[in-house]
Design a protein around this ligand. Structure first.
Ligand SMILES: [Zn+2]
Length: 82
């Protein structure tokens, strides 16, 4: 979650309040990482042009149990993930 701005981080924490994975980790736990999902055009930019574009969706996945805590399409969060 190091690549999210503090304000986006706060939005994520709010949105996932009370949610935990099977290990009991909440969305702000160190073992939970944000996995970006890019549009085909965004993928193209990242792979071939080396330009990063904001993802279209962010999924928060526990690295230990692979549990899915939440996903978001909130532009305020996505824009801070570059
Ligand atoms: Zn877990």
């Amino acid at each position: 979650m190091a690549s999210l701005s503090p304000s986006a981080q706060a939005l994520v924490t709010d949105a996932a309040a009370g949610k935990t994975c099977r290990c009991g980790y909440s969305v702000d736990h160190i073992m939970v990482s944000a996995e970006p999902e890019y549009s085909p055009w965004g993928n193209f930019c990242v792979l071939f042009m080396g330009v990063s574009t904001p993802p279209i969706k962010l999924k928060f996945i526990c690295r230990s149990c692979k549990g899915h805590l939440m996903s978001t399409k909130d532009p305020k969060i996505l824009e801070s993930f570059i």
